[in-house]
Write a protein that binds this ligand. Structure first.
Ligand SMILES: CC(C)(COP(=O)(O)OP(=O)(O)OC[C@H]1O[C@@H](n2cnc3c(N)ncnc32)[C@H](O)[C@@H]1OP(=O)(O)O)[C@@H](O)C(=O)NCCC(=O)NCCS
Length: 167
């Protein structure tokens, strides 16, 4: 899928599939977002990049290559699980996660995805829960003590196919 440009103020950002040379910045953002410990080690990101079912998308300034956010997902048949989405702490509340999520949803729709799922911390991540609800995700369940450090339940969020897209 081609990258596309989106204009926000004076910044023109490009959303595209991640390349191996993006991994250093992705790991930095991941470490920053989760208080000093990245969600995944580099080896997992490398295998995601090499996998045919998994995707990583980045949002970057094309002029200097600075990545301001990334999002990961895993596609199996017509289902897609969103496994992570991170925006730089320096660039929060500028609509960047929304751009990444829109790009990912468009990508998935073009591949025939009909159901989207994800888990999110139930109590301590209201920003992510609000982001996903804004995009039509609904809470369909809870996994008890799914997370550690701190121990916390996960909300399971789901988004079905937008029926208006069926011709
Ligand atoms: C969650 C996260 C990706 C949002 O990124 P962002 O670029 O700031 O989000 P956006 O600017 O696109 O915001 C879109 C919507 O999300 C919601 N939102 C985002 N941050 C919010 C906050 N701090 N409080 C409440 N709602 C918030 C709002 O509904 C917002 O829409 P609005 O601006 O019209 O009110 C970012 O906070 C982050 O990287 N968090 C750490 C990593 C993480 O927890 N990821 C989720 C894993 S499931």
């Amino acid at each position: 899928m081609q990258g596309h440009d989106a204009e926000r103020g004076h910044a023109i950002l490009e959303c595209c599939q991640a390349q191996v040379e993006d991994l250093d910045q992705i790991l930095q953002l991941d470490t920053q977002a989760y208080n000093g410990k990245s969600l995944w080690p580099r080896s997992i990101y490398e295998s995601e990049l090499n996998s045919t079912n998994n995707e990583i998308f980045v949002l970057k300034f094309p002029e200097n290559g600075e990545i301001v956010g990334f999002a990961c997902c895993s596609l199996v048949l017509d289902e897609c699980s969103i496994t992570n989405i991170v925006v730089s702490k320096n660039h929060l509340r500028k609509g960047f996660a929304s751009q990444l999520l829109s790009y990912m949803l468009d990508f998935g729709n073009s591949k025939g995805v009909r159901q989207w799922y994800l888990e999110v911390r139930a109590e301590t991540n209201p920003a992510a829960v609000a982001l996903y609800k804004k995009f039509g995700f609904e809470s369909v369940g809870r996994r008890k003590h799914y997370y550690s450090n701190p121990r916390e339940d996960a909300l399971i969020l789901q988004r079905g196919l937008d029926l208006s897209q069926i011709s």
